[in-house]
Design a protein around this ligand. Structure first.
Ligand SMILES: [Cu+2]
Length: 236
């Protein structure tokens, strides 16, 4: 079987090159045999379950691409999300949602893998580059207004100053706040494409960046599916 397959492809190649050293009818037969098996596998076997799934997935991708044409432009996104991944060897994971509301942005962070009963600074940093294992590649605090660092109680602060996460006894933390000094994708202080950073220690509001220590979680802020019409959003 193997030998004949090799010979078939060799003959097909020769036929395609136009070198009619084999009888023409033979070459045509070989080409026909090759094309009739192209839909399955080179050895003529039927597609495996995995291959059929891949075909179905491709089909689904094509359908989704069709739908994408009707999706709003990314500048019109009403919700952004940062999926938080561990940094500096931590186990920190979670998500931070940013929702456009009248007069500002509503932020909801749900983070796990923190030290029990601990407090952690959380900021938006300038760059959406979290390639460094310690997340230093995300740069400094997002501070478009060039204010001093502060906690959210102070109106004049870095736009990226979101205060602290407070972890419970299981190391989980939820933070909800609405801020007026950020925008999603338009306006003066858009955050799309920047990064959320979770710090090792509490942000004490001190200069220049709150003494919050190493970066233990990081995520890039990207476009989220709107909650009302997304299965993924509903499962959050
Ligand atoms: Cu920070």
């Amino acid at each position: 079987m193997k030998t004949s397959t090799t010979r078939n492809s060799l003959m097909t190649t020769v036929a395609l090159l136009g070198m009619a050293v084999f009888p023409l009818s033979g070459a045509q037969e070989q080409v026909k045999a090759t094309s009739s098996t192209a839909a399955a596998n080179p050895d003529g076997s039927a597609p495996t379950a995995m291959q059929e799934k891949a075909m179905a997935d491709n089909h689904q991708d094509a359908e989704m691409a069709k739908d994408a044409k009707e999706m709003p432009r990314f500048e019109d996104a009403k919700e952004l999300i940062a999926a938080i991944q561990p940094a500096s060897g931590s186990n920190v994971k979670g998500s931070v949602l940013f929702k456009k509301v009248s007069g500002g942005v509503e932020i909801t962070a749900r983070i796990g893998g923190l030290e029990p009963n601990s407090k952690h600074g959380i900021h938006i940093h300038e760059f959406g580059d979290i390639t460094a294992t310690d997340a230093t590649s995300a740069g400094g605090h997002f501070n478009p207004e060039h204010h001093d660092h502060a906690l959210p109680e102070t109106a004049e602060r870095h736009a990226g100053d979101l205060g602290n996460l407070v972890a419970d006894e299981d190391g989980n933390a939820t933070l909800s706040l609405t801020v007026e000094n950020l925008s999603l994708t338009r306006g003066d202080h858009p955050i799309v494409g920047r990064a959320v950073i979770i710090h090792e220690k509490v942000d004490d509001g001190g200069q220049p960046t709150g003494n919050a220590g190493a970066r233990i979680g990081a995520g890039v802020i990207g476009v989220s599916a709107p909650a009302e019409d997304s299965d993924t959003a509903m499962s959050r």
